[in-house]
Design a protein around this ligand. Sequence first.
Ligand code: GDP
Length: 475
Amino acid sequence: TDELGIALSNLADSATGILTPTLRLGVTGLSRAGKTMFITSLIHNLLTQGRLPGFSPLAEGRFIGAKLADYPDATIPRFAYEQHMAALTGRPATWPESTRRISQLRIVLKFQSAKWWAGFSGPATLNLDIVDYPGEWLLDLPLLGKSFAEWSAEALERARQPGHADEAATFLTELDSTDVLKDASDLSAEHLASAFTTYLRRSREHGALSTLPPGRFLLPGDLEGSPALTFAPLPRPNQPIRGNSLYAMLENRYEAYKAQVIRPFFRDHFARLDRQVVLVDTLRALNTGPAAVADLETALTSVLACFRQGEANPLLRPFSRRIDRILFAATKADHVHHTSHDRLEAILNRLVGNASKRARFAGAETKSLAIAAIRATSEGTIREQGETLPTLIGTPQAGEELDGTTYDGKTEIALFPGDLPERPDSLFENGQPVALNFLRFTPPQKLETNADGEVVLPHIRFDRALDYLIGDWMA
Ligand code: GDP
């Protein structure tokens, strides 16, 4: 009977292996938007059946359980869930290390199908494959339609704008002293590429997000130092270009970058997603000012261009698109009082407005939510000059400054965060940034535990995000 049992369970395993539906969920966003934290919280909440009243399978008592499983493709790095949880629950608790490259993880979900109550089917299984990748990589899509000469002309024009003089000076000097028609040499290519990368990094530090392809120059993933990333924009010479010149070498590398880096990413990863969440650090942009918000809007439009399908976007036509839902999430909503959460959603909605209309037109449904994957603050009130003001209570990270005070990372404070404007179109009425008191906090240092002794992660509207992204696949 043992043998029979084993044979039967093998049969069942191989049968479920074929029949188990798989939902591929992409998680993206620009650097520091909150991808790592989002996925860590997602997995922990599913594994421990966290506090998720708005997640229908759990609210309806149909969620049986979840476990991590091996990812079918062993060549892709695994999302370092255990390390990230260890950082969050360490003493002191620290933020996990941010996304630098693509990674994936499979979580197997068991649930009672809602139809089961009507006698249709029994317990069901869903493989949820989570794909974490830098949003910067999406900004590369337009390069597929540009030649080296076209891309170079645009990139050099931007570098020469007066506003970028500081950041671009070293690169432009390097370029001026280079004869692009001389014999190709790896050393010259490396010098130029490194000066160009430094310029892109500096632009990023100064808040520019939108105009920075190639994305791998900022987040090289595993390609750091490889020839496919060792190129830079060059002015097109008027004289004939010899095949062994520096210009020809960099042009070939640019083409290799397109063929061997951009195209495979879109074909092998992006084009296979069913659902997508785009995380946006809206509050940081608001706090920085109108230019940062305008830039974020441009970046979001380019990101969203990737979700337009078929006819609308000839560059994507070779990839079969099938994303049917996109969630835009304004992350770190625990930086404002709950009375501002709806306003934050309205602002994000406005920012993605036009772009998401296009995505909807192409067949994908979209939604905006203000969330915190983990709450680093709690709420309270203070009385000031006879007025009761809502406050946030949290521990600012070491080195954070506000009103002349520098924090040590250990002191809890109550802070009046400021309000977001009631109407999203009145964001910058007099060109001033929204007056937020915006500090980075440490993660919560004490976490509650559930009946099984597992930590419970406090969050904001995370259950709604989950419900939108996977709820209907567990119906
Ligand atoms: P990634 O680059 O997109 O992977 O971004 P991370 O997930 O690493 O987040 C970047 C930083 O944002 C973290 O180190 C935290 O400081 C902060 N952060 C992310 N999520 C939250 C959140 O839910 N609440 C708060 N308060 N901060 C967060």
